[in-house]
Write a protein that binds this ligand. Structure first.
Ligand code: GMT
Length: 379
């Protein structure tokens, strides 16, 4: 099938999922066209069945806001016509589902039929999409999609609670390519990061408020009072500066390493002992799944889709949002001796296998086929 994929090309989870999905679909023989404003970060290799088409939004002084949706829908029309794309899969409702619907209507005028599959990722529903400024447009574009998927059962429930949705929502969880997380490193150079007796604690995110970065630091502060430890903070975002100040205030700057955005996530996870994800809301928690696939147990909140990913007392522990002291004592419970730590590491790895890319991507393929058949019959 020829599939157009629209996503955010950044380090965010929805872009990562869209990119990994496109790459796996291409390995399964589909022709994939990524259509977005820059090359997705995890899209390293283009090939004869993986294409990237850049959406340009020319600056025009009259516009206070440059009209990205308009440029995207025009680009979608052109690419569908040029490459005979059969289906558009858009990741993140805002504004992608909206732009895709406009493109679909324009194409219909030329007698070209292209169904839209929309995948809801989380903040497009729970934080941004349900804001009164966007809600009517988001409701409209979800209802106009030919198929809708969400990355967890929790997000499906949130969507039905927050919006007046007429469509079925299929749950297709995020996935992981386990082969990529089988460490190829004979030595991931742990010694460059910490002493042998130190535990390595890691957090990876785009450092937005929802990730509760101060809680990450406070949990680590409590851990390092009990055990020798280092904290690796990976990612860039609006909360980073405050995080740097907090580590200074707490007198732990020498134990915290800020990596910024990194292309070496696999190596960082390879030397990590514990992953922290104390988010206020999290529709799935792809970062936690990536950690688990590398054999790193997870201390997380029990919000949103996290209980569908991290199993309390098995692959890690779950606590209420803001329960810093509970999360700290759970972390120490895991880290206190090598035997317990190794059990949790093995469990985390086992749990991640429930999200194997080879089992999840066929679910998307089935949705594409069913949607295309239904769309062609009814239009
Ligand atoms: O969490 C982020 O900051 C990024 C965001 C995104 O849209 O890129 O992630 C959302 O989608 C991911 C992929 O489906 C999920 O794993 C994340 O849990 C979800 N984030 C939130 O719900 C806060």
């Amino acid at each position: 099938m020829k599939i157009g994929i629209v996503c955010y090309p950044t380090f965010g989870g929805s872009g990562v999922v869209a990119t990994e999905l496109g790459l796996e679909l291409s390995r399964r023989g589909h022709e994939i066209h990524f259509i977005t404003y820059s090359q997705p970060v995890r899209l390293e290799l283009l090939s004869n069945n993986v294409h990237f088409h850049e959406v340009h939004v020319p600056e025009y002084p009259l516009f206070h806001y440059q009209p990205y949706e308009l440029a995207l829908s025009s680009k979608l029309v052109d690419m569908v016509k040029m490459y005979d794309i059969q289906l558009l899969h858009v990741h993140y409702a805002i504004p992608h589902a909206y732009a895709a619907y406009m493109a679909q209507q324009m194409l219909l005028g030329d007698g070209i039929l292209v169904p839209i599959v929309t995948t809801l990722h989380g903040t497009d529903i729970t934080l941004v999409g349900s804001h009164p400024f966007y809600k009517p447009a988001v409701t409209f574009s979800i209802n106009k999609s030919d198929a809708v998927t969400s990355v967890s059962e929790s997000l499906r429930q949130d969507t039905l609670r927050l919006f007046d949705i007429k469509n079925d929502i299929h749950v297709v969880p995020n996935f992981i390519d386990l082969d990529k997380h089988e460490h190829n490193f004979t030595d991931c150079q742990r010694g460059m990061m910490a002493e042998d007796n130190e535990r390595i604690i890691t957090h990876i995110s785009n450092m937005r408020e929802v990730k509760q970065i101060p809680d990450v630091i406070k949990i680590f502060y409590n851990i390092q009072k009990e055990l020798p430890a280092k904290l690796m903070l990976v990612g860039e975002g609006p909360e980073k500066e405050a995080a740097e100040l907090l580590t200074e205030e707490l007198g732990i700057s020498d134990k915290v390493i800020f990596f910024g955005n990194s292309y070496e996530i696999d190596r960082i996870l390879c030397f990590s002992d514990l992953f922290l994800l104390p988010s206020r809301t999290e529709s799935f928690g792809l970062a936690a799944l990536e950690a688990m696939a590398s054999g790193v147990p997870v201390i997380s909140t029990n919000t949103g889709g996290l209980p569908e990913v991290n199993i309390d007392g098995y692959s890690g522990y779950l606590s209420d949002v803001n329960a810093v002291s509970d999360m700290s004592s759970n972390a120490i419970k895991i880290l206190k001796d090598m035997k317990t730590l190794n059990t949790f590491k093995a469990n985390a790895k086992k749990q991640s296998k429930n999200f194997d890319i080879h089992n999840i991507v066929p679910k998307y393929e089935a949705i594409y086929e069913e949607t295309l058949d239904k769309f062609l019959v009814t239009n």
